[in-house]
Design a protein around this ligand. Sequence first.
Ligand code: TMP
Length: 202
Amino acid sequence: MKQRGKFITLEGVDGAGKSTQFQVIADTLQQRGVSFVTTREPGGTPTAESIREILLHQPMSAKSELLMMFAAREENLQNIVRPALKEGKWVLCDRFTDASYAYQAAGRMLPKEWVDMLADFVHPDLKPDLTVLFDIPTDEALKRLSEDRDRFESEDRLFRERVRLGYLELAKQEPERFLVIDATRPKEKISKELREMFQTWG
Ligand code: TMP
């Protein structure tokens, strides 16, 4: 049986520069010859991408939002993440369950136990091996967002602040899993650091 691949996730508030660095990590793994797949949440499969469209643009209750995040997650896990890991491939995933703790529990103020319960239902067996968290002060992140904003990006400053603190709390609880990046630093410096790390990590 093949050894399970590595599961890497990227997290951060909207506007932290996660997407640019996602590409840097993917390019580094590619150059290194690692066999891997990339995906994102909510999304990754046609069904999950349809759920994403609803989540990002349609009004709904916080509870529906949480349930739909996990419905999309189940699709992504079932069709992309689990098969790849089983084949020994690595998975680079743009957001995962930590985002539900940060956005739906901390941000929307839903009970954390609801997220625990759904995580235990959908992926009792799976946790990222490494989570790269891009941390940036709320106001700084806001400046980087375009005018065309989705439902999450349109939330107020207090929501964003709760999300940021929610993420930092998760990182504090599991320092061995989280790599916290100070995303206020120049983009090139962060890319260089990540390139160097991912040339050997794992
Ligand atoms: P993205 O813009 O980074 O692709 O993420 C889409 C939005 O979805 C982002 O604002 C964060 C939000 N989100 C949650 O609220 N909960 C979750 O569990 C996930 C995966 C994303």
